[in-house]
Design a protein around this ligand. Structure first.
Ligand code: ATP
Ligand code: MG
Length: 603
């Protein structure tokens, strides 16, 4: 493509609202343009990169045996009501929804479990028709709260989503591992540094869940790795080996009821300093309201060491242990939120900072406030806790002796430097961008939607499903987050809009003729070239080439031509080599094949 004939416009300045580097650079490179918050147009240049990624994804999905489908984006509310997600997604505010002229309600699909389950239940009758894995590469809509991160968090975005169907868990395992392998190949082919981490599989259902993360300092997610290399998890899921206990080897002392004044000291650290003890000797008592599927809720106390924080993503599952005793209502817990301060007084009779586990008043519908203890505090001995009175603490609490503990749970957030759960190494934290997610769904959707087949023993069984998402636009942006410099994008070869940019430096006839000839030759050799034939100064052309980030640059100028060469450089090294035109195709091909780090085959 010649620039003079292309629709391609680069910008000197990034749009004012572009906050992340991928948005700034993709916009300046003239690859995407914002239409509204979280909604982007792809230009011809941008679409070329997106298409390359789409093709890699499609090839690997096909190679895995998955089959491509196209599910409608506009989906009737009834379908979403069958799984209870209509109300939930509207409550969460994530669902774009609308009415047709007759008042019928529809959603713009944020994901497609319901639609694919409907497709399957209407046509599959027997286990003999299984297994299969259906995928699509289609636009999704989510009304994200903060759609400010360019393609990383769109409100309209492209996702590859796949759904596997099996009669049993064994089949699901096979599909799940196939998807893991396909995703690894996809991200490797894209030339991205990525990590696979354990993820939280949510409050309901789902036995395994892993995320593919592109490692980038700008990532939204915190990832926890063992420096021994044998453990990786999203911080939401990460656990540690048991932590050293400050009370190790002590004898329990007599409980000191409300004997420790803490006037005006509300943080654990201030209290610890006041008592002259490590902050791990202060018990934080957090009151949470756990909300169940059926809308019922109960209040629970979660006790954790003062040096640790509760990871709220882990709470729903943790608080599900033994809750049906002493509290009314039923069903899984879908989320847990800190009890609002205005309700604290009725339960704890004090304000934050002085809440403790002894003497809590259960709200109506509960005959107790169940006490959950983080594992780090399971053996807690001679520690301080709030006395449920302003400015007062108890001393020498012994958790096992003094409290009726409903369950010991693991809800602490892992910290850098904690021991890894695998027993070797300590934890390090890196940042990453979630680009893919593989998830064992089980029968959650097939049960709710009666997607059943006759099994080998003539009994009807709900299908066992897996779902596998991959953010296509987000992966493109993640590639930019991972690979750029002060001048612009450094595309990995497989995702570059064109492999080569060619620039003519002067307007004189010889230079133009030589550049035209090289353009034809490179194209003839099957190499994708973007030819900057504009009547612009060399500096402008170089800046634009760096900004868009073509992996290889070929420059045709009068001086070099006089020496019988053209100048070739890579975007990542920028060191130009003089190459005789007759060797150009060979050198460019070898350089691209080697990932366009350095020029290959210069002499
Ligand atoms: P996040 O936690 O980042 O909001 P998610 O866990 O809700 O994402 P999934 O439902 O797992 O996302 O979707 C599968 C994949 O789709 C994600 O791994 C991500 O790559 C991509 N994706 C999700 N939401 C967006 C978005 N708003 N914009 C771009 N890509 C997205
Ligand atoms: Mg996810």
């Amino acid at each position: 493509m010649k620039w003079s004939e292309a629709f391609h416009v680069t910008l000197r300045e990034a749009p004012g609202d572009a906050e992340v580097v991928s948005h700034r650079l993709l916009a300046r490179a003239g690859m995407i343009q914002k239409l509204a918050a979280g909604i982007y147009a792809f230009t011809p240049m941008g679409l070329r990169s997106l298409r390359k990624l789409i093709e890699i994804v499609r090839e690997e999905m096909d190679a895995s045996g998955a089959q491509e489908v196209d599910l409608p984006i506009l989906q009737p509310a009834e379908l979403w009501r069958e799984t209870g997600r209509w109300e939930r997604y509207i409550d969460d505010g994530i669902l774009f929804h609308l009415k047709d002229r007759k008042g019928g309600e529809f959603a713009l699909a944020p994901t497609a479990e319901e639609a694919v389950t409907d497709l399957v239940r209407r046509s599959v009758r027997s286990w003999r028709q299984l297994p299969f894995n259906l995928y699509q590469i289609r636009t999704k809509f989510r009304d994200e709260i903060r759609p400010r991160f360019g393609l990383l968090r769109g409100r309209e975005f492209l996702m590859k989503d796949a759904y596997s169907f099996d009669v049993d868990e064994k089949g699901l395992d096979v599909h799940y591992r196939k998807m893991e392998k396909a995703y690894r190949t996809i991200f490797e082919r894209c030339g991205l540094e990525y990590a696979l981490v354990q993820a939280d599989s949510g409050a309901i259902g789902g036995s395994a869940s892993e995320e593919f993360m592109v490692v980038a300092d700008t990532g939204e997610d915190a990832l926890v790795f063992s420096d021994a290399g044998d453990y990786g998890a999203n911080v939401e899921k990460a656990v540690t080996a048991p932590l050293p206990e400050p009370w190790a080897g002590e004898e329990p002392k007599a409980f000191g009821e409300a004997d420790s004044p803490t006037p005006g000291l509300v943080t654990s650290q201030d209290q610890a300093d006041h008592f002259g003890v490590p902050v791990s000797r202060i018990v934080k008592t957090m009151l949470y309201e756990a909300v169940r599927e059926d809308g019922s809720s109960f209040v629970a106390a979660v006790l954790i060491r003062g040096d640790l924080d509760v990871n709220e993503v882990k709470l729903p599952r943790a608080l599900g242990v033994g809750v049906n005793v002493g509290v009314s209502g039923s069903g899984s817990i879908i989320h847990a939120r800190l009890l609002p301060e205005e309700r604290l007084d009725a339960v704890a009779h004090t304000r934050p900072g002085f809440v403790g586990p002894i003497g809590l008043t259960p709200p109506a519908g509960q005959d107790e406030v169940p006490i959950y203890v983080d594992r780090s505090l399971e053996n807690g001995l001679n520690v301080y806790c709030g006395a449920n009175r302003e400015g007062l603490h108890h001393s020498n609490l012994s958790v096992k002796r003094d409290l009726r503990v409903k369950a010991v749970v693991e809800v602490a957030t892992a910290r850098e430097g904690d021991p890894a759960p695998t027993g070797s190494g300590t934890l390090k934290i890196k940042r990453g961008i979630e680009v893919g997610h593989i998830f064992k769904l089980g029968t959650k959707y097939s049960q709710a939607m009666k997607c059943e087949v006759e099994g080998p023993n003539q009994k009807y069984v709900p299908l066992v499903m897996g779902c596998y998402g991959l953010g296509v636009g987000r992966t493109m942006a993640a590639a930019v987050e991972q690979s750029h410099d002060g001048d612009g994008i450094i595309w990995p070869v497989p995702l570059a809009p064109y492999a080569v940019t060619l620039a003519s430096l002067q307007r004189d006839a010889d230079v133009i003729a030589a550049a035209d000839r090289i353009y034809a030759e490179l194209k003839g050799a099957g190499i994708e070239v973007f030819y900057d034939d504009r009547d612009e100064r060399p500096g402008v052309k170089f800046k634009d080439a760096d900004l868009v980030g073509f992996p290889v640059r070929v420059v045709v100028g009068a001086k070099a031509l006089a020496r019988g060469v053209v100048e070739v450089s890579t975007r990542s090294q920028k060191k130009a080599e003089g190459i005789a035109p007759e060797r150009l195709v060979e050198v460019v091909k070898a350089t691209l094949a080697a990932g366009a780090k350095a020029i290959v085959g210069a002499t």
